[in-house]
Design a protein around this ligand. Structure first.
Ligand SMILES: [Zn+2]
Length: 370
């Protein structure tokens, strides 16, 4: 029987405990590198050489001698790393790292923390400790509302105090209703964090999700950049304990451990699944999965993600977002992302044992009882 395949990657090697057999027999080919570089410790951070990760996952390391970029590949996935970048690309999809990839003495290294928080959950979801989360009840958070409009659009040349011609809070609510409808059609239970133009406190939105014991928290937003050429979609998940948020210098390591950090591994899978589905469905630039300490994500008791569905500051992207047809596309894409995450969770659960019927029960089960 073939190995189960993480739906988001369509790769199979590392998903089940049996997969470690593959790791043991996997080949490792290195070009111009030492095969077994030792782990190193720099400024209190443990670093692992890419050769070590290649060996663990049975991947080929392609790396011209002392080049700044390297690729780990097997038949299921490709991981790209570049020295100095706080980023990895998994099958060409960007995921923020907590620390830059380091080139040291002719070897590329990543931190153990990035391996644990970013690579391990995505390549070895079957090895994540604890039960696989359920996924039925979803809280959708339409960002902003009421006296908090979110990002606003003003007419060209508008003076200070001019009235906005477009805003984020309206579109987040519109899309939230559409996603809710679509997810309900697909069998999920959905609760909205707001249904009218009101400003619900951010911490209260998350607390509500905890009270109703949601299985997933999906916050919907639209983006803004000072440069109007910036476009694309990105997904935020909670900054792992021991790392800095993507928007911060890597030395600004978060000092506080949040309730949501218990779910770092599942946040990574949920975030990657939804970001992948959204960019594929919408054809948007994939700005990646990023890490941020956000009030709506910090204290969640369930995996949580915040999706920035496009830039209102980009005229072309905004023109699309302003159409009902495109907002429906966004809603379908988000629902596809939830489905992709659910498919991965379903594959990780042990098969349900069906209770034996009279006709199929083994003889031993019916003997010796009378
Ligand atoms: Zn927003």
């Amino acid at each position: 029987m073939p190995q189960a395949t993480p739906a988001w990657l369509t790769f199979a090697v590392c998903i089940t405990r049996r997969a470690w057999v593959y790791v043991l027999v996997a080949s490792l080919i290195c070009f111009g590198t030492k095969i077994h570089a030792a782990d190193v410790n720099i400024d209190g951070q443990a670093y692992r050489p890419l050769t070590d990760i290649a060996a663990q996952y049975g991947m080929t390391l392609s790396w011209p001698v002392a080049a700044r970029s390297a690729e780990l590949q097997n038949k299921y996935c490709i991981l790209d790393f570049t020295a100095g970048e706080r980023l990895l690309r998994l099958n060409n999809e960007p995921m923020a790292l907590g620390f830059p990839v380091m080139l040291k003495q002719g070897m590329l290294y990543i931190t153990q923390s990035d391996f644990d928080k970013n690579i391990f959950p995505l390549l070895s979801p079957g090895q994540i400790p604890g039960p696989v989360p359920a996924l039925h009840r979803i809280v959708i958070d339409p960002g902003h509302g009421g006296n908090d409009p979110g990002t606003e659009v003003f007419p060209p040349g508008a003076r200070a105090g001019a009235k906005a011609i477009d805003n984020e809070k309206t579109h987040t609510l519109e899309v939230a209703f559409l996603v809710a409808d679509e997810l309900r059609k697909r069998g999920y239970e959905v609760i909205l964090a707001r249904t009218t133009d009101v400003n619900v406190d951010k911490a209260e939105r998350a607390a509500m999700a905890n009270r109703v014991k949601a299985d997933l928290y999906l916050s919907i937003h639209f983006n803004h950049a000072d440069q109007d050429y910036v476009t694309g979609t990105e997904t935020m998940i909670l900054t792992p304990f021991g790392q800095a948020s993507t928007s911060m210098d890597e030395s600004k390591i978060t000092k506080e451990i949040h309730a949501g950090n218990r779910l770092d591994a599942w946040n990574a899978i949920a975030g990657f699944s939804v970001e992948r589905a959204v960019t594929r469905a919408l054809g948007t630039a994939n700005r990646g999965v990023k890490r941020e300490n956000l009030i709506v994500l910090d204290e969640l008791d369930m995996p949580g993600i915040l999706v920035e569905c496009g830039f209102l500051s980009n005229p072309a992207e905004r023109a699309k977002i302003d159409t009902a047809a495109y907002r429906q596309q966004i809603a379908m894409a988000l629902a596809d992302g939830v489905d992709l995450y659910k498919a991965t969770l379903d594959q990780l659960r042990p098969p349900q044992s069906t209770p034996p019927t009279k006709s199929t029960a083994p003889a031993a089960a019916n003997s010796g009882k009378k």
